[in-house]
Design a protein around this ligand. Structure first.
Ligand code: ZN
Length: 326
């Protein structure tokens, strides 16, 4: 099994997030006034994407502030994503501050969910899942949009204070909301999910839920609950869903999953034995698969038409990695 670094889809955001500048309104204004400043427009959760004439390549459309800010959706903050950095500038706390500032904001949409038609001459508004599956947008650009989408979705869902119910206002260039009533500060959330490839020898436990595409089998997963360690959550989920007891657990890799703001934490677990007691309320099926069968599922040559999830998912990458197919 290889533990080489894997750049998962949605990871690999190359921006220097310039976190030290967020809290200084003058610095943020200076970045916005830079001739290199660019803003990516979102129509709800869909960013504006340029498509090359031959349809083979996509790129984020970086708009000038003057071209977008008058279209900003009511209450939508201008989010500072960071600044670009090149290899010579390196990375870190002070590097890259002279790079191009990058922002995101949501624009007005009509009742049909579509923005001002003027934007359609620049590109198309495309959801992130489609962008990832199509694979025509460079992974680093997808990483930038992951940060922007998760933050944008958080703002639209947290316009009122969970403490007192009064309206909240965005602050710190989009990294905080402050309640106008009680003064409580609210911060963007990330919801951790444990996902585990469980094996017994070279056999592997995979399951499917009723909403999966027909034939698709994946590693089992679940949200980490309050007061749980990652390992405890993973062992609990596997036992609840499949009745399998897991012993040793190793960390594999993680993946941001911006629907809206999950962090998939990928683990490899050793089952104590091959006992199986599937909860058919939660799972449509779960089984032990032998090595050769899983390899045919990875490569989509399985005789029965079974397959692992698409390569944008951490489940696919971990299963491939476990069987040395990467
Ligand atoms: Zn409040």
């Amino acid at each position: 099994m290889s533990f080489d670094r894997i750049t998962h889809a949605f990871a690999g955001n190359p921006l220097d997030r310039a976190a030290v500048l967020r809290t200084d309104a003058n610095e943020v204004a200076r970045l916005l006034a830079s001739p290199d400043a660019g803003i990516v427009a979102f129509a709800d959760d869909r960013p504006l994407i340029a498509i090359s004439d031959d349809g083979s390549r996509m790129d984020i459309v970086w708009l000038k502030p003057a071209d977008i800010l008058t279209h900003r959706a009511d209450g939508s903050p201008l989010i500072l994503l960071g600044v670009t950095q090149d290899a010579e500038q390196g990375t870190g706390r002070t590097a890259g501050k002279t790079g191009a500032p990058r922002f995101a904001c949501r624009i007005d949409v009509g009742a049909d969910g579509e923005p001002d038609p003027a934007f359609s001459s620049l590109g198309k508004f495309i959801d992130l899942r489609s962008l990832a599956v199509q694979g025509l947008l460079a992974r680093d650009q997808l990483g930038i949009l992951t940060q922007a989408r998760s933050l944008g979705a958080w703002h639209t869902r947290h316009t009122f204070c969970a403490n007192c119910g009064a309206p909240t206002q965005a602050a710190d260039a989009g990294y905080k909301r402050i309640c106008g009533g009680c003064g409580a500060e609210h911060f963007p959330r990330t919801d951790p999910v444990a996902i585990m490839v469980v094996h017994h020898g070279t056999d592997c436990l995979l399951g499917r839920q009723a909403h999966f595409p027909e034939g698709s089998y994946s590693a089992l997963a679940g949200f980490i609950e309050a007061g749980e360690s990652i390992e405890e959550a993973a062992r609990r989920e596997i036992f609840e869903e499949a009745g399998v007891l897991v012993g040793k657990i190793a960390y594999h890799s993680s993946q941001p999953w911006p629907f809206p703001s999950n962090l998939m934490i990928g683990l490899i677990g050793e089952a104590l034995d091959k006992t199986l007691d599937v909860d058919f309320e939660e799972m449509e099926d779960a089984r032990w698969f032998p090595r050769e069968e899983v390899i045919s599922m990875i490569h989509r040559t399985h005789e029965g038409g079974l397959f692992t999830p698409p390569d944008i998912s951490i489940a696919h990458q971990m299963i491939k990695s476990f069987y040395g197919q990467d």
